[in-house]
Design a protein. Structure first.
Length: 132
């Protein structure tokens, strides 16, 4: 039996700040969304969710935020190499410190950014004629 990845949950300390980051990155998060302890969107059949630390502690009183780098990384694919640079420019304009993208040897325009809670997000697009 095959399974399909359907849901990714990201724990955040400040929901509004996290949603603003991912909206600047380019995810389709409505501007007028009502902020709650659990938020989710559907992107091409994959549910992406954000849950507050407070909700995590309510569900599991023994839960504590991880120390050090996150244990999961996520990736978003831009439509073109220029789209990677545009996503990074939007994040910079929103006040986030992000690295410059580079042309990776595996054929992608690529950068890894870090969300406000330390989750690594790879931003990439395949270069013309190089895979994908």
């Amino acid at each position: 039996m095959t399974v399909k990845l359907n849901y990714i949950g990201i724990v955040v300390s400040d929901m509004a700040r996290a949603l603003a980051f991912y909206r600047s990155l380019g995810l389709p998060i409505p501007e007028d969304i009502v902020i709650e302890r659990h938020m989710e969107i559907d992107v091409d059949g994959l549910r992406i969710a954000w849950e507050t630390e407070a909700l995590m502690r309510e569900l599991n009183p023994a839960w504590t935020p991880p120390g050090g780098p996150g244990r999961i990384g996520v990736g978003v694919q831009a439509a073109s190499p220029a789209g990677v640079d545009e996503a990074l420019a939007r994040l910079r304009a929103a006040g986030h410190a992000v690295p410059d993208a580079f042309d990776a040897p595996w054929g992608q325009r690529y950068a890894t950014v870090t969300d406000p809670d330390g989750t690594h997000v790879d931003v990439f697009a395949w270069q013309e004629g190089k895979g994908g």
